[in-house]
Design a protein. Structure first.
Length: 277
C-alpha cells in the first residue's frame, strides 16, 4: 500500500471549471482510477486563512489566520509538524505565504526563496513571491528535485489559475486557459508520480467569482473539487460533499501518520481490508 503522497493545490480553481477543463482527472474518475468529491470551502474563502485550515484541519476562528494580511507562523499542530514527528521527509514548492506559515515570517526574498534544512518541519522548499511565476516551471522543478531525492510528502502549489481569475474573472478565456494548462501538466506528471510510488491528491483552496474576487460566501467563491488517486480510497464520483477541514486528516491517512488531535473525522470513503487485498 502506498504511503508517499503528492498534494497539488490548484489555487483559485472553481468547481465548475474543474469539471469542464480537467479532462485528464475527470477521465481517471470515469474509469474508476481516481475518486472525486465536491468541496464546500470554509470561510472566509481567502488564500492564507485556507492554507492554514488545509494543513491543520482547524477552522479560521480557532487558528486565527483570519485574512491574507496576517503574517506570522502557525501556532497549530500542522501537517508538516506531524510529518517531522513521524520522521518523514517533505518537499514544498509553493507561494511564499506557505513559508511564512510554517518556516519563518516575514519572508526574506534574499534568504527564503530556496530552503534546505532537515531540522526544520519542511526538509526542502522553493518559495516564489510573484503571482505570475510560471506553473510549468514549478511542475518541472518538482520533478527534478523528486528524481534527485526521495520524499514522503511533496506539496506543489501553482498560482496561474488564481492569477488569471483575479485579472480576468472566472469564465474568461484566460481563466479557462490556465485550468487547461494545468490539466495538460497534471496529465504529464501524474503518471510519473504514480510510477514513483506516490498517491496523488489534487484540490483547491477556494473558487473564484466572475468579477475576479473571492473571500465571501457565494458558491462560485467557495465550491471546489477534490481528486484522490490512492489504493486506499474508493474510486469514482462521490455525492458526499466535503469541507477544506478534511484535507489534513485525509493527507495524514494517506501518509500513514497519526492525525492531529483537533482534526475532524474523515468523510472520504475508504476501501475495507477485503477490497484492498
Amino acid at each position: 500500500m502506498r504511503n508517499k503522497t503528492v498534494f497539488v493545490l490548484l489555487d483559485g480553481l472553481q468547481s465548475e471549471y474543474a469539471k469542464e477543463h480537467l479532462g485528464y482527472l475527470e477521465h481517471l474518475c470515469e474509469k474508476n482510477r481516481a475518486a472525486k468529491y465536491e468541496v464546500l470551502g470554509e470561510l472566509p474563502s481567502s488564500s492564507r486563512p485556507m492554507y492554514e485550515t488545509i494543513f491543520t484541519g482547524v477552522p479560521v476562528f480557532e487558528h486565527g489566520i483570519t485574512n491574507n494580511g496576517i503574517c506570522r507562523l502557525s501556532n497549530q499542530e500542522h501537517l508538516f509538524k506531524l510529518l517531522k514527528k513521524a520522521n518523514k521527509k517533505s518537499l514544498a514548492l509553493a507561494y511564499y505565504w506557505i513559508s511564512e506559515l510554517y518556516l519563518s515570517a516575514p519572508f526574506d526574498k534574499e534568504k527564503d526563496v530556496y530552503h534546505e534544512d532537515e531540522l526544520s518541519c519542511i526538509d526542502r522548499g522553493f518559495f516564489y513571491y510573484g503571482d505570475t511565476f510560471p506553473d510549468d516551471h514549478l511542475y518541472s522543478l518538482s520533478s527534478s528535485l523528486m528524481v534527485k531525492e526521495d520524499y514522503d510528502f511533496v506539496f506543489v502549489h501553482p498560482m496561474g489559475i488564481d492569477d488569471a481569475g483575479h485579472k480576468f474573472g472566472a469564465g474568461s478565456k484566460e481563466y479557462s486557459g490556465a485550468v487547461i494548462q494545468n490539466d495538460k501538466l497534471l496529465s504529464t506528471y501524474i503518471p510519473m508520480w504514480l510510477d514513483q510510488g506516490y498517491n496523488v491528491v489534487v484540490g483547491a483552496d477556494h473558487g473564484m467569482s466572475e468579477n475576479g474576487y473571492h473571500g465571501g460566501n457565494s458558491d462560485m467563491q467557495r465550491k471546489t473539487a477534490l481528486y484522490i488517486i490512492a489504493d486506499k480510497v474508493v474510486p469514482g464520483v462521490h455525492s458526499k460533499e466535503l469541507t477544506t477541514m478534511e484535507f489534513a486528516p485525509l493527507l495524514c491517512c494517506l501518509l500513514g501518520i497519526k492525525p492531529g488531535e483537533k482534526m475532524k473525522s474523515l468523510e472520504v470513503e475508504f476501501k475495507n481490508e477485503k477490497n484492498q487485498k
